[in-house]
Design a protein around this ligand. Structure first.
Ligand code: ADP
Ligand code: MG
Length: 481
C-alpha cells in the first residue's frame, strides 16, 4: 500500500487589464498589429524617457480588490525587478513588490460535491508585460515584437489553498468570471490576456509543512492547467517514492506530449535586486476616490447567484451556471422579464438547448441567432399550450438557422398542438382499428402496451397531439368494450 499523497496548489494569475493605452505610455494596447507598430520610446526602453502611470489601470486594480473583499493599499509603490531578457529592453520590469496595491482578499469556489470553499488571495499587484520573441517563419533568425511591452497586468497571487487540479480550475474560472464582470480584462485566453503560473507541491496527507514546489509557467487554457497539474503531481510523487527529492524550479508544460519539462532553476527574490523605481512616485489613493470606485461596481457574480436563488427560485447549481458570465445572466433575466415569469422553464431552456447550440457553434450568448426576445416568444407558446416542449425543440432548431420568430415557424410548419378532443379521439379510434392484436393483448392485461398506443397516436399526429389529453383519452377508450 502506498502512502496517501496530497497536492498543494497556489496560482499566480496574470490578467491583462483592458485599458486602451499602456500602463506607462500612450501606445495602444490593441491586439494583432504589425510587430513594433505599437511601441514608442518608453516601451522600447530608451534611456532618459519617463514612465507616466495610467490612472485607469489603477482604477481597475482597485475594482478587483474591492470585489475580492481585499484591503486596498492607501499607498503602494512601483519597484524595478531586474533581469535580462531579449524582449525586455530596459533590463528590468516595473512591478510592485513590498507594497502592492491589493492585499488579503478571497473568493469562494464551489466544489464538485456542491460545498463551498474559500480561497485566499495573498495580493494583487500592478506590473507591465514584456514583449515577445518571435521564432516562427523567420528562418534561422529570431525577431522581437515590443507591442505587448508595457501592457498593464494585474498579477493575482493566491494562497496555497487548493488541494486538487479541479479546485485550481474552479478558482481560476471564478477569477475569470470576476474580471469579466468587472470589465477589467477581456479574459481571452488564446490571446494570452488571461493566463496563470501554477505552483505545485505534494506532501503526505495530514502533514503540516508544505513540500518543495515547482512552478509551471504560462498556462493559458483550463484544460492544460488541469493536465499540467495532474502530470506534475504524479511526477513529484514518483520522485519522492523512488527516494529522490523535488528540486524547486520553473517548468514548462508541453501539451503535445502532456508533460512538464525543466526550464530553469527558480530565482530567489533577491536575485532580482528589487528596489523602488525612482522614476515613479508612490501611488496615493484618497478615500473619496476609493468610495467612488466602490459605488461604480456592478452586481457581482455571487450576489447575482444568491438573488437568482431568492427571486427566481433556482437551485444554487443552476444559479451558478447562469451567472458564470454576465452576458448569460443578462440574457436569462431578459427572457424571464419578457415571459413575465416562468423562471424555471426559462432556466432549463437557456442552460439546456440554447447553451447546447451555442457550444456546438462556438458562439457567445450575445451573438446568439435566437435572441432573448425570440426565445421568450418560443417559451410563451409552451406556456399557452400552443406547442409541447418536444415540438418546441423542433421550432428552436428552425429558428436557429432561419432567424425567424417561433410563431412563424409554428404556422409555416403546421406545428400547432392538437387540443380538440374529438380530433384526438378520431385518431385513437383509427389506431385501435389498425392494431387489433395489441388491443386484445392490452385488454387481457398487458398494461405495458399502453406506451405503444401513446406512441402510435403521437406518430399519427406528427407529435402534435397534446400529450396529457392523449393519455387521458387513451385510458378511457382502451378500457371501453
Ligand atoms: P514567487 O514570487 O517566488 O513565485 P511566492 O511566495 O510569491 O513566490 O508564491 C507564489 C505562489 O506559490 C503563491 O500562489 C503561493 O500560494 C504558492 N506557493 C507557495 N508555496 C507553495 C507550496 N509549497 N506548494 C504550492 N504552492 C505554493
Ligand atoms: Mg512566481
Amino acid at each position: 500500500m502506498s502512502i496517501e499523497w496530497e497536492v498543494v496548489i497556489g496560482l499566480e494569475i496574470h490578467a491583462q487589464l483592458a485599458t486602451r493605452s499602456k500602463i506607462f505610455s500612450g501606445s495602444s494596447t490593441a491586439f494583432g498589429a504589425e510587430p513594433n507598430a505599437q511601441a514608442n520610446l518608453v516601451d522600447l526602453g530608451y534611456p532618459g524617457v519617463l514612465p507616466v502611470l495610467n490612472r485607469e489601470a489603477v482604477r481597475m486594480a482597485v475594482m478587483f480588490g474591492l470585489a475580492a473583499g481585499a484591503t486596498i493599499a492607501r499607498r503602494s509603490v512601483f519597484a524595478r525587478k531586474n533581469y535580462f531578457y531579449p524582449d525586455l529592453p530596459k533590463g528590468y520590469q516595473i512591478s510592485q513588490y513590498e507594497l502592492p496595491i491589493v492585499e488579503d482578499g478571497s473568493v469562494d469556489i464551489v466544489l464538485d460535491d456542491g460545498s463551498r470553499k474559500t480561497i485566499g488571495i495573498t495580493r494583487a499587484h500592478l506590473e507591465e508585460d514584456a514583449g515577445k520573441s518571435l521564432h516562427e517563419g523567420l528562418g534561422a533568425r529570431s525577431g522581437i515584437d515590443l507591442n505587448r511591452a508595457g501592457t498593464p497586468l494585474l498579477e493575482i497571487v493566491s494562497e496555497p489553498d487548493m488541494r486538487s487540479a479541479r479546485e485550481a480550475i474552479a478558482y481560476m474560472k471564478k477569477i475569470h468570471t470576476l474580471v469579466r464582470y468587472l470589465e477589467i480584462c477581456d479574459g481571452n485566453m488564446q490571446e494570452g490576456s488571461f493566463r496563470c503560473d501554477a505552483n505545485v507541491s505534494v506532501r503526505h496527507e495530514g502533514k503540516r509543512e508544505f513540500g518543495t514546489r515547482c512552478e509551471i509557467k504560462n498556462l493559458n487554457s483550463f484544460r492544460f492547467i488541469e493536465k499540467a497539474i495532474n502530470y506534475e503531481m504524479a511526477r513529484q510523487i514518483d520522485l519522492l517514492e523512488g527516494g529522490g527529492s523535488v528540486v524547486q524550479e520553473t517548468r514548462l508544460y508541453d501539451p503535445d506530449r502532456n508533460e512538464t519539462r525543466s526550464m530553469r532553476s527558480k530565482e530567489e527574490a533577491n536575485d532580482y535586486r528589487y528596489f523602488p523605481d525612482p522614476d515613479l512616485l508612490p501611488v496615493s489613493l484618497d478615500e473619496r476616490w476609493i468610495e467612488d470606485v466602490k459605488t461604480s461596481l456592478p452586481e457581482l457574480p455571487d450576489d447575482k447567484a444568491a438573488r437568482f436563488v431568492r427571486e427566481h427560485g433556482l437551485s444554487e447549481y443552476d444559479a451558478g451556471v447562469l451567472t458564470a458570465s454576465r452576458e448569460m445572466a443578462a440574457y436569462y433575466e431578459d427572457v424571464v422579464r419578457r415571459l413575465g415569469g416562468e423562471p424555471k422553464l426559462a432556466a432549463n431552456w437557456v442552460m439546456g438547448d440554447l447553451s447546447g447550440y451555442l457550444n456546438r457553434d462556438g458562439l457567445d450568448v450575445d451573438r446568439s441567432p435566437v435572441d432573448a426576445v425570440r426565445l421568450a416568444g418560443l417559451l410563451a407558446r409552451i406556456v399557452d399550450q400552443t406547442i409541447s416542449g418536444k415540438i418546441a425543440k423542433e421550432v428552436l432548431e428552425a429558428m436557429w438557422t432561419g432567424a425567424v420568430d417561433a410563431d412563424a415557424v409554428i404556422e409555416s410548419k403546421g406545428l400547432r398542438q392538437i387540443t380538440d378532443t374529438s380530433a384526438i379521439e378520431a385518431v385513437i379510434a383509427e389506431v385501435m382499428a389498425a392494431n387489433p392484436r395489441q388491443l386484445a393483448d392490452y385488454r387481457s392485461g398487458k398494461d405495458k402496451l399502453f406506451g405503444f398506443f401513446v406512441g402510435q397516436v403521437m406518430k399519427a399526429t406528427g407529435g402534435k397531439a397534446n400529450p396529457a389529453q392523449v393519455n387521458e383519452l387513451l385510458k378511457k377508450l382502451l378500457a371501453e368494450r
